[in-house]
Design a protein. Structure first.
Length: 235
């Protein structure tokens, strides 16, 4: 049986998708017009130009309502159509970034036989990473030019550089994004983990990767924020 409430629900969702300040202004304008027609216009003037002021305010509010209706029918519809067209180009790189992060954690778990949550704590990471020798060529990436597996520094560097390429794609679409998503992506782009791996890893002789646990925890936490945004706003 067809649900007669579906068109009403769809209309409500459509109106709710408009930015809150715009909806607030439109609601205030409608409220004033209703109050003016039902009450204010019937009251005696409290001062000699009171009726004119009320009428002018009512006309302004009617203009706001007309502009709002035009915005809903023409402008906002185009914005939503543009967003639906570009949305896959945003969600796909984000999904790849999140999948890469989870794969890295899985490889740490498999190599060290330790438990790591989906978004582990710093202590959990320290326990796991402390069991990995960064120079061991046992990372799950084969380097054809060297005919051997990558070491764990090389593995992380490769993953982070792939993330940077995906972030570059996303930043080119930043004019379609809201401020929250841009802020999360900027945090992902400026990770201290990248500096540690790119610049310091090859110069520091460490027996294990425990020293990266704090930086990797920051990376994990930003991925958690990105995952929550994707679930709440992109799905």
């Amino acid at each position: 049986m067809q649900n007669n409430n579906q068109p009403k629900t769809s209309l409500f969702k459509y109106v709710a998708s408009v930015k809150l300040p715009i909806n607030c202004v439109a609601f205030s304008a409608v409220t004033f017009v209703v109050v003016y027609e039902l009450w204010l216009s019937k009251l005696p003037e409290l001062f000699w130009w009171g009726a004119e002021v009320s009428l002018i305010c009512s006309q302004i509010c009617l203009s706001i309502i007309a502009s709002y209706v035009f915005y809903l029918i023409v402008v906002h519809k185009k914005e939503l159509d543009d967003w639906q067209a570009i949305k896959p180009s945003i969600t796909a790189p984000i999904s790849t970034i999140l999948k890469s992060h989870q794969m890295q954690l899985q490889h740490f778990k498999d190599h060290t036989d330790t438990e790591l949550n989906q978004y582990p704590t710093k202590d959990e990471l320290e326990v796991s990473l402390s069991k990995i020798c960064p120079r061991d060529k046992t990372a799950p990436v084969f380097l054809a030019r060297m005919n051997c597996n990558a070491n764990w520094y090389q593995y992380l560097e490769l993953c982070l550089r792939e993330n940077d390429e995906l972030l570059a794609q996303l930043f080119r679409l930043s004019h379609f994004m809201d401020g929250e998503l841009i802020f999360i992506l900027q945090k992902l782009h400026s990770l201290t983990l990248k500096k540690a791996v790119y610049e310091q890893a090859n110069m520091i002789e460490n027996p294990n990767m425990g020293w990266l646990s704090g930086q990797f925890y920051q990376y994990s936490d930003v991925c958690r924020q990105l995952s929550e945004y994707k679930r709440n706003c992109l799905e």
